[in-house]
Design a protein around this ligand. Structure first.
Ligand code: GLU
Length: 304
């Protein structure tokens, strides 16, 4: 399979449409990103890497960080985690409040904002500084010790975090948040403000394509069963309320973020990350989804 040729074909086909969609601007710093960019990076389990376009440009990973936090929290809490969280798609916007009252403050899944706030709360119970713990986890699985948090993006998100504050206070009223809410939002916004490139993301997601082993040290990080389950939750909940359409068009477990990144896994074969900051109406990268769809179509690789 010539992946370099496939990436070239995808880039050439999408290049004339670069910039279609709109960058997220509800977080002011994200609104400053130039929309007409596209980067793609693929890492096979054998260690071969292919890139094209703006694959090495840093961007805000936003909700993709929810996979890293969830993996750490799941490792710590094991099945106990599910006492405070569900694992069903929400069918609602990522920052929606509507289901929480009917469901007694238990978020539908770890990848909507409410769920990620509970996961962050769990990390705050286990660690003095969860931001350092998640950063060192991400650095270790990506093989890049230079990954950092963009403090401007973190501050920018805190300045307009009314919905996340509302979610956190509401869940606290059901005793599903234990931390101080200001501290929780600061930590959660810091996690979302981690900056990575598609190369970093594809490398780090080899953890999930190699059944839970650190791709660099080969040390086991997750049990094969935990790894299967994390991939399953990405498959069913990773693309906001467009997860069904993504399964239909792309057919792999993946997670998107409002920074325009999407990273996915073809279990036991490879990981693929795309970034294009202009989003569609569901908050997913418009060209990112098209690029992923073309990749699984042209390579004839998916989980189905
Ligand atoms: N930091 C963003 C928020 O809480 C994350 C959203 C996302 O990427 O889905 O609104």
């Amino acid at each position: 399979m010539n992946y370099a040729e496939i990436l070239e074909k995808i880039y050439n086909e999408l290049e004339p449409t670069l910039g279609e969609g709109s960058v997220a601007n509800y977080i002011p710093e994200l609104g400053k990103v130039t929309p007409d960019q596209l980067g793609i990076s693929v890492c096979t389990n054998e260690g071969d890497e292919y890139t094209i376009g703006n694959a090495e440009r840093l961007f805000s990973i936003q909700s993709i960080s929810k996979v890293f936090s969830f993996a750490l929290a799941y490792k710590l809490e094991k099945e106990n985690l599910w006492k405070r969280l569900g694992r069903e798609p929400s069918g609602n916007r990522f920052d929606s409040l509507v289901l929480l009252e009917n469901e007694n403050g238990i978020p539908r899944n770890p990848f909507i904002n409410a769920g990620a706030l509970v996961v962050t709360d769990i990390l705050l119970q286990h660690f003095d500084n969860p931001l350092d713990e998640v950063l060192s986890f991400v650095r270790s699985i990506s093989g890049n010790p230079n990954i950092v948090i963009n403090r401007n993006v973190q501050e920018s998100e805190i300045s307009c975090a009314d919905r996340n504050y509302a979610l956190a206070h509401f869940m606290k009223s059901y005793n599903n948040i234990n931390s101080n809410v200001d501290h929780l939002i600061k930590t959660y916004s810091g996690l979302c403000a981690i900056e990575m490139t598609t190369v970093d993301l594809a490398r780090s997601f080899r953890l999930f394509s190699t059944s839970g082993c650190n791709p660099w040290t080969h040390e086991r990080v997750l049990t094969t069963s935990q790894n299967k389950r994390i991939n399953a939750v990405m498959m069913t909940c990773g693309l906001y309320n467009a997860v069904g359409d993504f399964a239909y068009r792309v057919g792999i477990p993946a997670k998107s973020g409002v920074g325009g990144g999407i990273v996915g896994v073809i279990p036991n074969e490879m990981s693929i990350a795309v970034w294009s900051p202009a989003l569609d109406e569901t908050g997913n990268s418009l060209l990112g989804i098209k690029a992923m769809e073309m990749f699984t179509t042209l390579s004839e690789k998916s989980i189905y």
